[in-house]
Design a protein around this ligand. Structure first.
Ligand code: SAM
Length: 442
């Protein structure tokens, strides 16, 4: 060959948008395309962007294969660069065209490093050769550097994972996926948004349950709307005095995925005191009897998709009606730091329904949620007050149950709010600004 390398610039058109957004499929195809062409794969790095799009590179002994996809156009820009004669990049081209179900492709081959234009420098190879070992794992598998990214407008969270997609199904409501992350264990995402991970789910689930349960010791009937991962009912069912716990989750695939891959969170689904319903929580509240529940926990995802209706005044008024005279509503109320406008809007709505003095906000640190600062609301229909609780009982319970986050001091401290949060809680929605918000508030 009269050049050091062959570089094929490829345009794949009319590809399946599905496949163009499937980081696993793309990574596996790129690695296979290299190996089929006879290349030796060193390592691969792939990034799945939210809401869509994948970029990645496979480093081979004979150079690299790279890709960037635009699922919204069914398009992929691919680079096939090989040096030496042992690898035929056109074999990779043919392999990928099929793998991406591309309607048609166009390509241009460039000879890189025309020998006639190069002057060889003779040098002592030993001084140049560094001992960096090839990043091949002991079992011969290549080092994979695959990242999941939840990207919002201004901020993003990326988590490295093994590249083995444990679960991926589309329900009529959303895409349900389980990733095997290296830092946080198995992770449930819905439509690309992190819901819970094995290594930090306890923060959310202990704080959304034990705070109301210790300030409302007479509670007998509890309802959870959402919460299909099972963590909230797991914590509620630790409280023996609860006679009935009802979980209303709209998507049975969430329950299935968590039973399979988040067993510690889904552990209570077979508990005899649990009434597990696969139904729409909005409809359930509409049809629920007045004053039936002592505690209603809205364990919803973000105010998008099937969960949007769980953030409306109409829904909360329904919850208020279904609560007993001394009942309490707890919700995950997003983050004052993430999107202040949503946070302010939520609390303004609660106060209009429950009353200015009856609505309390408490915080917890959840590493895999946007900004890491998350909030919960405590709205009392009667005179329940979150800070009037039996501290000794809470301390003993935390000890006996081996809780990892909740204890009597954390219970109290969670309501000690920083000034910027107090300011937001006294801000009218029409006056909210970007001052404390990571995301645009307009
Ligand atoms: N901790 C998570 C968070 O803060 O993002 C939420 C956990 S949980 C997985 C949220 C659940 O609410 C999801 O399983 C989703 O399917 C469910 N959900 C969404 N809309 C619903 C509705 N209208 N009725 C019942 N469940 C709903």
């Amino acid at each position: 060959m009269n050049a050091l390398g062959r570089h094929i610039l490829v345009e794949f058109y009319d590809c399946s948008p599905e496949l163009m957004n499937d980081v696993m499929h793309i990574e596996n195809s790129m690695v296979a395309a290299a190996e089929t062409a006879g290349a030796t794969v060193i390592n691969s790095t792939f990034h799945h962007f939210s809401p869509y799009g994948v970029s990645g590179v496979v480093v081979i002994q004979e150079s690299h294969l790279a890709i960037h996809t635009w699922p919204e156009y069914g398009y992929a820009a691919v680079d096939l660069f090989t040096c030496g004669d042992s690898v035929d990049p056109w074999v990779s081209y043919t392999y990928l065209k099929e793998a991406f179900q591309s309607g048609h492709g166009s390509s241009m081959e460039l000879r890189r490093g025309q020998l006639s234009l190069l002057k060889r420098n003779d040098f002592n190879l030993e001084t140049l050769r560094d001992a960096t070992a090839k990043t091949i794992e002991a079992d011969g598998s290549i080092t994979r550097d695959v990242w999941f990214t939840e990207r919002d407008e201004n901020i993003a969270l990326s988590l490295k994972h093994t590249g083995n997609q444990l679960y991926k199904k589309d329900s009529e409501y959303q895409r349900v996926e389980i990733y095997e992350t290296l830092a946080y264990g198995n992770m449930l995402t819905l439509d690309g948004m992190v819901m819970c991970t094995q290594k930090d789910e306890y923060v959310y689930h202990e704080m959304i349950t034990h705070v109301p349960m210790f300030s409302n010791r007479s509670a007998k009937r509890a309802l959870v709307i959402g919460g299909g991962d099972g963590g909230t009912v797991r914590e509620l069912l630790r409280h023996e005095q609860l006679e009935e716990v009802t979980l209303v989750e709209i998507d049975e695939l969430v329950i299935e995925a968590c039973k399979l891959h988040l067993p510690e969170t889904a552990v209570a689904f077979d508990n005899p005191r649990l009434n597990l319903l696969v139904a729409d929580g909005i409809k359930y509240i509409k049809e629920c009897a007045d004053e039936h529940y002592d505690l209603i926990i809205v364990d919803s995802a973000d105010p998008v998709g099937p969960g949007e209706g769980l953030f409306t005044a109409e829904f909360y008024k329904g919850v208020y009606r279904c609560l007993t005279k001394d009942g309490v509503m707890i919700t995950q109320s997003e983050s004052p730091r993430f999107n202040s406008a949503v946070f302010v809007e939520i609390y303004d709505t609660y106060k209009k329904i429950f009353g200015q003095e009856k609505v309390h906000c408490y915080l917890a640190a959840i590493p895999t949620y946007p900004t890491g600062t998350w909030s919960f609301s405590y709205s009392a229909k009667g005179n329940a007050n979150p800070l009037h609780f039996d501290k000794e009982a809470a301390a003993a319970f935390s000890q006996k149950e081996g809780l990892k986050y909740y204890n009597e001091a954390v219970h109290t401290a969670a309501f000690a709010l920083p000034n910027f949060v107090k300011e937001l809680l006294n801000t009218k929605p029409e006056n909210v600004t970007d001052e404390y918000s990571a995301e645009p508030t307009n």
